[in-house]
Ligand binder design. Sequence first.
Ligand SMILES: Nc1ncnc2c1ncn2[C@@H]1O[C@H](COP(=O)(O)OP(=O)(O)OP(=O)(O)O)[C@@H](O)[C@H]1O
Length: 576
Amino acid sequence: MIALLHRLGLGADPRPLARYLVSAAVYAISAGTAFGLLVPLLSTLLAGHTGTAARWLLPLAGTVLVGWVAHYEQEVRVLALASAWRRRLYQRLGTHVVRLPLGWFDGGRAAQVEQLFGGGVETAVRTVHLVQALLGALLTPATVFLFLLCYDPRLALTVLVTVPVVLAVFVLARRITDRTEAAHHAATRQASDRLVEFAGAQPVLRANGRGAGGRALLRDALQDQYRTARRQVFGALPGEHLGQLAIQLAFTAVLVVGLLLATGGRVDAPRIVALLVLGVHFLRPFADLAGIAGGIRACRAALVRLDAVLRTEPLPEPAAPRSHADASIELSGVDFGYPPGSPKVLTGLDLVIPAGTTTALVGPSGAGKTTVTKLIARFFDVDRGAVRIGGVDVRDIAGARLAELVSVVFQDVHLFDGTIEDNIRVGNPDATDEQIRQAARRAQVESIAARLPGGWASRVGAGGGLLSGGERQRVAIARALVKDAPIVLLDEATSALDAENEAAVHAALAELARGRTLLVIAHRLDTITGAASIAVLDGGRLVEQGTHAELVAAGGRYAALWAERECAQGWRLAAH
Ligand SMILES: Nc1ncnc2c1ncn2[C@@H]1O[C@H](COP(=O)(O)OP(=O)(O)OP(=O)(O)O)[C@@H](O)[C@H]1O
């Protein structure tokens, strides 16, 4: 844990950390000392020696004052330390995440990072506060024990013997509580997932007359959650009571020994009362230790998640970046698997896309088309072979330069819940209003703004939910137009488009192609019949390449796909 905290930079500035630890330790020790000084004060007071008792007031007041100053210092230090560390962690995470390969964000990792930026860093930072609680729970009883040892070694040994028993009972109690808590968390998570799913699936459920069926799934999940919540309450009760019981038993043991000592006349009654008060203060912090241990476990889990992200290697930057000659693309002998080393998705792939031309990638689902675009944009590095832009290996082009060279328009375009203009401006934050409007016009986005109730000022909803698939893609094309990168990689929207949308996307694509190297993953063959070149991918290999006419005439894989499409269209016409 200490190595983990060190790696995450808690000790980057050791002086404030050391001052915090010292003030927390001084506070914990002074609390123990104050309890220790109560013994002579109380015992003399109870024995009626008021004058002698008064003499103890001064050291007690001094200790309380030291404790108060240390406590103030500890609170100021912990706030400064936690906020500096929080800022450092956010900065490290922010600067690291932007250097990670974009492919790393696949498979739910984006949500993981979102969670870290949300509660994860906060939970990790709580570790700093737990340190003072831990020091208090260890150093205060240790100081009290030293006083007990000086006052009465027999009583001191008695309380010492109870410690392992109390700790063992607390560990057992914690295990019982943890088990039921884990089951309850899992059931709560499932119930909330079901709730979200149930709300989101309303259109599908109702369209299929499954309103009641969907409710049954939700009801089952909620019942399950209720059952585990009850189990958690009843399961946690024995755990909590066991802990309290252990402390009470330990105290009873100390009481019995104290009474034996008093009745045997070996210690006078006032002193034994004062010592028993000290015994209580020795045992009390053990109840806190169980809670602190649970808190440390939660913090550790957050720290491990943070560390895992921060230790992920960014794609290496070239030591001596090179400049590309033009916007041509070339893949030569490319092998690639997710993750590197796993079964190959692309094998020995050769593909040349001359600068300023449009090439369409077609092929069955899973052929590796999207993977090709991800390798060109360097979301991942190839396992073998090379991807070149303008004759230069993408690994030799500086990351920032490559990002300027290439625009990627994904199949599932993500829009932010802002206006259409805000969303286009993402492509180039420095673009003027006129440039934005012009890109919007060329990408056929104006008609979208015209149909929205608030026009250009309308928000597009979370993820662009108020727009159709084709409309979202047109906004993304406008984004690529304002970015004005010489290479555009576009994964055509697979969602069914109405005739008007289809024509608009066509026109937007034609604008995008003008003067650029465009690689389009085509899911509708009609879109790409005019492309300069069509590359047919199957099983991660290039099986054919040529123009539409050449490939249809060749009667190969593409001709078969074209025939399938014609057949499907014929079926649609007949069905109407
Ligand atoms: N991030 C990933 N991790 C693991 N496997 C992946 C990942 N992305 C894609 N794959 C696998 O790689 C193979 C090729 O996927 P790819 O998305 O490149 O195909 P595609 O031709 O674009 O398919 P589609 O037309 O359905 O989008 C598939 O078997 C897919 O399951």
